[in-house]
Design a protein around this ligand. Structure first.
Ligand SMILES: *Cc1c(COP(=O)(O)O)cnc(C)c1O
Length: 381
C-alpha cells in the first residue's frame, strides 16, 4: 500500500464489526461489560484501551511504516512516556534547537528525577560521539528543528546510535510521514505532536508514538497505561479524520511554503529566511536526501533586526493569524522569542539563532497569492 492510500485505509480493516460504518464509531465509554470476570471482548477499561483510539493507533503505525502506534493526550505526554523508559543516572543527548515545551519537560521535570540531558548541535553528526558515555541511553532528534529549520541527518545519527546500542527517537512533527519516514532511516521511535499536521485543523491537542520493536512497544504501552496520559475517543476520531487528508494538505503546504519562502527571500525588509528548500541552506543536501519535500514551516528575521520591527510585522498580518501552534489548514505567524520559546533562557536562545527579530510562519493551504500579498503589506507598513 502506498502512502496516499495508507492515510485513508492503513490499519482500518473492520473498524466497525457491528454495522460496517465506514468511519470508526466514537466509543465514548470508560468501561466494557464482561460475561464472566476477565471475559471481555478485547477492551476492559478505556485508559488501557478504547476501540476508537485503537483505530487511530493502527493508522499511526501504518503511515509511519511502524508496527505499533500509541496515542497520548498531547505531544508532551508522548515525550513524557518516552523519558519514563529511563532511570536516575541515565543520560540523554538531545538537539539543542528544540521545541520549547520539550526543553522545559527535560530540564524542569526530568532533571529533578536525576536524568541528565545534553543539548548539542547535531549539524555534524560526528560531533555527537564525544558526548556518549556508559550512561547514555537515548538520542533525541528534532528535524527540521523548531524554529530554525536546521536539518539533522537521521540515517547518520542512527548509525552512531546503533554502534553504541542507544535508542534513537525522532520528533517528526514538522515533516510528517508524508515528507520523512524516520523508522525507515533507522530510528527506533517516532513521536508526533498530532496537534499539528496530523490533526491538521487546529481543533485538537494530541500526541503519538510509533515503534517497530515489540519489546519497546510493550514497555511504552505499560507506561501509557500506568501513567495514564491517553488520548480520548473524540480526539482520536478527529485526528483519524485529519490523517485521511494529510497527503492532500501536505502537498499544498509544500507548494505554498515554497512560494512564501521565495517571496520573503526577495524582499528588502527581510534579512534571513530559514527554509530547507533553499540550495544555500546549510543542510539542503541532507534535506533533499531524507525528505520528499520541504514543508510549509519557514522562519525569517527582519532587516531592521529589532524586536519592535518583528512585532510590527506580526501585528499587521491579516490572513496569517498571530497564534501559537502550527500545521493547521490556516496560516499562522508566531514570535518564538516571546511565545513558543519564552521558556528557554535568552542566552540559550541566542546561541541557536532565536533572536528577537525572528518570525516563524506556518504556511497554510489558502491561496498562495493571498498569503504573499498579506506578508507584503505587513512588511511594507
Ligand atoms: C507542539 C510541539 C510539541 C508538543 O506537542 P503538544 O501537542 O503541544 O503537547 C512537541 N514537538 C514539536 C516539534 C511541536 O511543534
Amino acid at each position: 500500500m502506498k502512502f496516499n492510500t495508507k492515510t485513508i485505509h492503513g490499519g482500518q480493516e473492520n473498524t466497525d464489526p457491528a454495522y460496517g460504518s465506514v468511519m470508526p464509531p466514537i466509543y465514548q465509554t470508560s468501561t466494557y461489560s464482561q460475561s464472566t470476570p476477565g471475559g471481555h471482548k478485547g477492551f476492559e477499561y478505556s485508559r488501557s484501551g478504547n476501540p476508537t483510539r485503537a483505530a487511530l493507533e493502527n493508522s499511526l503505525a501504518s503511515i509511519e511504516n511502524g508496527k505499533y502506534g500509541l496515542a497520548f493526550a498531547s505531544g508532551l505526554a508522548a515525550i513524557d512516556a518516552v523519558i519514563k523508559l529511563f532511570k536516575p543516572g541515565d543520560e540523554i543527548i538531545s538537539t539543542n534547537d528544540l521545541y520549547g515545551g520539550s526543553y522545559r519537560l527535560f530540564t524542569s521535570i526530568f532533571e529533578n528525577f536525576g536524568i541528565k540531558f545534553r543539548f548539542i548541535s547535531m549539524h555534524n553528526s560526528e560531533d555527537i560521539e564525544q558526548y556518549i558515555n556508559e550512561n547514555t541511553k537515548l538520542i533525541w532528534v528534532e528535524t527540521p528543528t523548531n524554529p530554525m529549520m536546521n536539518i539533522i541527518d537521521i540515517q547518520a545519527v542512527s548509525k552512531i546510535a546503533k554502534k553504541h546500542k542507544l535508542l534513537l527517537g525522532v520528533d517528526n512533527t514538522f515533516a510528517t510521514p508524508y515528507l520523512q519516514q524516520p523508522l525507515d532511516l533507522g530510528a527506533d521511535l517516532v513521536m508526533h505532536s498530532a496537534t499539528k499536521y496530523l490533526g491538521g485543523h487546529s481543533d485538537v491537542v494530541m500526541g503519538s508514538l510509533v515503534v517497530k520493536d515489540e519489546e519497546l512497544a510493550e514497555k511504552l504501552y505499560f507506561i501509557q497505561n500506568a501513567s495514564g496520559g491517553v488520548a480520548g475517543p473524540q480526539d482520536s476520531f478527529l485526528v483519524l479524520r485529519g490523517i485521511k487528508t494529510l497527503h492532500l494538505r501536505m502537498q499544498r503546504h509544500c507548494e505554498n511554503g515554497e512560494a512564501v519562502a521565495k517571496f520573503l527571500k526577495s524582499h528588502p525588509k527581510v534579512a534571513q529566511v530559514y527554509w530547507p528548500g533553499f540550495e544555500d541552506h546549510p543542510n539542503h543536501d541532507i534535506a533533499r536526501k531524507q525528505m520528499s519535500g520541504f514543508g510549509g514551516m519557514i522562519s525569517f528575521t527582519t532587516s531592521e533586526n529589532t524586536l519592535k520591527s518583528a512585532v510590527k510585522v506580526v501585528e499587521n498580518l491579516k490572513v496569517f493569524t498571530l497564534a501559537e501552534s502550527l500545521g493547521g489548514v490556516e496560516s499562522l505567524a508566531g514570535h518564538p522569542a516571546s511565545m513558543t520559546h519564552a521558556s528557554i533562557p535568552m542566552e540559550e536562545r541566542a546561541k541557536t539563532g532565536v533572536v528577537d527579530s525572528l518570525i516563524r510562519l506556518s504556511v497554510g493551504v489558502e491561496d498562495e497569492g493571498d498569503l504573499v500579498e498579506d506578508l507584503k503589506q505587513a512588511l511594507e507598513k
